[in-house]
Write a protein that binds this ligand. Structure first.
Ligand code: G16
Ligand code: MG
Length: 217
């Protein structure tokens, strides 16, 4: 049987959330907004523009479009300085084992990320070659929890949503997968990702037998 496995990037394949956090925190500091690690949870899977709006909201801060545009560039430039230094050592545990297993079993592999930096990150960690299609923040207009990113991904490999399985670390992403009528698998805490059909703390908990069940279900 052939299924399509859609992977989120940040928090599923690599832990770039920590770099997003550093860059947002520095920006927040420079504009006089207090932004904590707890606040950062809300930014996961959320687009760059919406992330800034959330931060401004936390500080009750009003800004002009010009200011916002400058801050978005400022944040991304700092984020990119972290990305430049990434390599294969930053791939999260057992991600490559799962990608390899799926490839060996002729499954389709797609990236469904909100990030506009998804392609350079995949290249940096040397995983680009596994993907049959990539849908990122440059391809979609509606952010997760809207299902657009995953529906476009399925379409690119001529797959029906019901044949797709989505790996997601964010609440918004799990909701997007569910809305797309795809099978959602949360990667993270069960109590946070309780809307996911299945949940695992990370890929080391996902056995090859479980993957075979997904392929054959
Ligand atoms: C990622 C992160 C978000 C980030 C978004 C946009 O999404 O989870 O925190 O705000 O991408 O990233 P960028 O500023 O690089 O365009 P995902 O969907 O890969 O988890
Ligand atoms: Mg994510």
């Amino acid at each position: 049987k052939q299924k399509t496995f859609i992977f989120d990037l940040d928090g599923v394949i690599v832990d770039t959330a920590k770099y997003h956090f550093f860059a947002w925190q520095n920006l927040a500091k420079s504009i006089g907004v207090n932004f904590t690690h707890e606040d950062n949870e809300q930014l996961k899977g959320v687009s760059r523009v919406q992330s800034l709006e959330l931060i401004l909201g936390l500080g009750n801060k009003k800004a002009t479009q010009e200011e916002k545009d400058i801050w978005l560039v400022q944040k991304n430039e700092e984020y990119l300085t972290f990305i430049e230094k990434m390599d294969e050592s930053e791939i999260l545990p057992d991600v490559e084992r799962v990608l390899q297993f799926l490839k060996e079993h002729n499954q389709k592999i797609v990236l469904g990320s909100a990030s506009k930096n998804a392609k350079p990150i995949l290249e940096k960690v040397n995983l680009f070659r596994y993907f049959d299609a990539i849908v990122d923040g440059n391809d979609v207009s509606k952010a997760k929890p809207d299902p657009e990113v995953f529906l476009v991904g399925a379409d690119k490999v001529y797959s029906k949503p019901k044949s797709c399985i989505v790996f997601e670390d964010s609440v918004a992403g799990v909701q997007a997968a569910n809305q797309a009528a795809m099978l959602s698998i949360g990667i993270g805490e069960q109590n946070v990702l309780h809307e996911a059909k299945f949940c695992f703390t990370d890929f080391t908990k996902i056995s090859n037998e479980f993957l075979l069940d997904l392929i054959n279900c």
